[in-house]
Unconditional design. Structure first.
Ligand code: 13P
Length: 253
C-alpha cells in the first residue's frame, strides 16, 4: 500500500543554525504523534544536508536533497552528484522542481537523465511537475502534465518506477497563496494515476504516492489530503515554521 508523505522543501532558506534549530524542533514535535506510517521528509540546502542528516538519526524525520547533477563526477564546477549524496547518507532527492525548470533551464530530457542517474545510484526520487497558469487558462493542463510525465519519467521500467514519488505542483499555486482547490487537486491526481495505470498497470498505479504542492497550509491541508488520490504534500513556505509544518503533518492524524 502506498505511503502518505509530508515533505518540506526548504529551498534556499535556513542557514546552518536555523536548519539545526528547525530540525531539532521538528523531531521533538513529531516524536509521539499518531500519524500512522506517514513519512516526514525535509530537504535542506546542500551545505546543511550532512549536519541535518546526522541530527535526524534515530528519529522519524528523513532528509532529502533538493537537486543533483546528471553525471556521477567530472568537470562540472559547482555541481553535486548522486554518488556524493549517497556517500553522506542521503537516499532521497527532489528532481524537476518548477524553479529548477524555470530558472535553470532544466528540460524534460535533462530531468529524465537525472532521474535515471539517481535511481542507478539507488536513490529514491521525488519527481516534480505541473502546469503554468497559461496552460490551465487555455485548458492545456492535462496535456502539459502528461507530456512532463512521459518525457521525464516514463522511460523507467516498472521496477524503477517503484522508487519514485510524484509531486504535482501547479506553478500558479507555488508561493502565491493561491492553492488548487481540493477538487482540482483530486481531478489532476486521478488523471495522473490513470496515466500510471495505462503505462505500468494497476498495481503500480495503486502503489505510487502522488503528493500535491503549492501553497499548502495548516488551514487547507486536511481537506486536500483527504482526497483519495492525494497522498500528502510537498510544502515550501509553511515548512519553514515548525508549528505550521507540524500542523500540516497532523492532517494525517
Ligand atoms: P509553497 O508551499 O511555498 O507554495 O511552495 C511549494 C513548493 O514549491 C514545494 O516544493
Amino acid at each position: 500500500m502506498r505511503k502518505n508523505i509530508v515533505a518540506g522543501n526548504w529551498k534556499m532558506n535556513n542557514d546552518l543554525d536555523a536548519s539545526i534549530e528547525l530540525v531539532h524542533e521538528l523531531i521533538l514535535a513529531t516524536d509521539d504523534i499518531e500519524i500512522g506510517n506517514t513519512r516526514i521528509i525535509v530537504a535542506p540546502t546542500f551545505v546543511n544536508l550532512q549536519k541535518v542528516r546526522e541530527i535526524v538519526e534515530g528519529s522519524r524525520v528523513e532528509v532529502a536533497a533538493q537537486n543533483m547533477h546528471q553525471e556521477n563526477s567530472g568537470a562540472f564546477t559547482g555541481e553535486i552528484s548522486a554518488e556524493m549524496l549517497q556517500n553522506i547518507g542521503i537516499n532521497d532527492v527532489i528532481i524537476g522542481h518548477s524553479e529548477r525548470r524555470a530558472y535553470f533551464n532544466e528540460t524534460d530530457e535533462l530531468l529524465a537523465q537525472k532521474v535515471s542517474r539517481a535511481l542507478e545510484n539507488n536513490m529514491n526520487v521525488i519527481f516534480c511537475f505541473g502546469e503554468q497558469l497559461e496552460d490551465r487558462k487555455s485548458e492545456n493542463h492535462f496535456k502539459v502534465v502528461e507530456s512532463q510525465l512521459k518525457n521525464g519519467l516514463f522511460h523507467l521500467s516498472e521496477k524503477k518506477l517503484g522508487f519514485v514519488i510524484l509531486a504535482y505542483e501547479p506553478v500558479w499555486a507555488i508561493g502565491t497563496g493561491e492553492t488548487a482547490s481540493p477538487e482540482q487537486a483530486q481531478e489532476m491526481h486521478a488523471f495522473i494515476r490513470n496515466l500510471l495505470k495505462d503505462k505500468y498497470g494497476n498495481e503500480v498505479a495503486k502503489n505510487t504516492s502522488i503528493l500535491y504542492g503549492g501553497s499548502v497550509k495548516s488551514s487547507n491541508a486536511k481537506e486536500i489530503f483527504s482526497k483519495p488520490d492525494v497522498d500528502g504534500g510537498l510544502i515550501g513556505g509553511a515548512a519553514l515554521k515548525v508549528n505550521d509544518f507540524v500542523a500540516i503533518i497532523k492532517a494525517f492524524s
